[in-house]
Design a protein around this ligand. Sequence first.
Ligand SMILES: Cc1cc2nc3c(=O)[nH]c(=O)nc-3n(C[C@H](O)[C@H](O)[C@H](O)COP(=O)(O)OP(=O)(O)OC[C@H]3O[C@@H](n4cnc5c(N)ncnc54)[C@H](O)[C@@H]3O)c2cc1C
Length: 385
Amino acid sequence: MTDNPYWLAEARGPLRRRRSPGSAEVDVVVVGGGVTGCSCALTLAQRGLRVRLLEAREVAAGASGRNGGFALRGAAMPYDEAQAALGHERARLLWRLTEAALDRLASLAGGACRRAGSLRLSQGEREATALLREREALRADGFAVERVDPLPPPLDRLYSAAILHPRDAAIQPARWVRQLAAAADAAGAEIVEGVAVACDTLEELGAREVVVAADGLSATLLPELDAVITPQRGQMLVTEPLGRMLFDRPHYARDGYDYWQQLPDGRLVVGGRRDASFSTEATSAEETTEPIQRELEGLVADLVGDGPAITHRWAGVWGETADRLPLVGRLPSRANVWIAGGYSGHGNVLGLACGELLARAIAGETAPELELFDPGRFVLATRGA
Ligand SMILES: Cc1cc2nc3c(=O)[nH]c(=O)nc-3n(C[C@H](O)[C@H](O)[C@H](O)COP(=O)(O)OP(=O)(O)OC[C@H]3O[C@@H](n4cnc5c(N)ncnc54)[C@H](O)[C@@H]3O)c2cc1C
């Protein structure tokens, strides 16, 4: 089927693009031009380090330009589940980190970001109870959250309850990451597109330190991460403008397996339904499939009835980890290689935060939040162990 990412179709702004790397030695080479790599390059350049970013395709061509455009605080799991897994203080630290990153994103992204809040919806008793658990946990720790009751149409027909995360945002992800790349470029980073780094040359790139910022493709560069960061595919589509506004912010339901937002011009952007076929979606192939696209059309019909034409369909790949948290830091298995990736489908805000954290660590400022993402929890000191 087709691969036509709506966000990436927008015309690109100016960037001092280079097609081949300069010959000068640099302090750090960053591999990957998504939100993580661009964030890392920006902070490194701002700290006065010489940085070169190598991107196999073009900036934002990976998950960063192919996602749902939800800029959410937190991580892949709801707050109460993060508390259970990480403990109270560490969960709070993680949520605070992402709230600060969201504020930074909003200030850097300008018109590519709408601070509209996001809505988590429930279908049925179990999910409604889960929603309330998250709301209570957030409220108890002083994070903004609101119950939405009653639900406005057409949500009242399909869902039983909702909570609003009022500080979340909707982004045009490709435009945002291109802007981030332009900021890194303006700060002095050398951004080189169209250069694919081969796995066996990773440690010979002419830099003191190397950062792998390839999320779902991390293991293609670092084979020791083969079972640690696994590629997962997500599929999306966009309709023609609906002619009426029904959804004023990003929405997600069924534990995040259904998600959608309506753009200011009335188009509906819909993604998810990978639970219809987990086995085929555990892949790094950036290709749409008929069964999942049919499922997404079904979601459109549920939301707005039959009718709107589909103008764009695409797929993207993210990196999943066993605890659904990324790996961020120096890899114990290598002398001078750092990683930030494995956001488990939740990297728009976390990627900005983690790219910055990693850059600060390379510059010698180790932030307390880095401990949350220690690669050592999965990767041993011996390569391939
Ligand atoms: C369909 C879909 C929907 C999603 N929805 C959301 C959402 O709504 N909200 C959210 O927070 N997250 C979402 N995500 C996840 C989010 O997009 C990712 O977590 C985030 O973009 C990861 O950014 P990154 O920079 O780490 O990786 P990427 O954006 O994937 O960038 C990695 C880059 O590395 C490059 N690369 C790979 N190998 C090499 C090599 N050998 N040499 C040079 N370059 C290389 C790739 O070309 C790519 O551009 C979604 C993901 C998908 C696929």
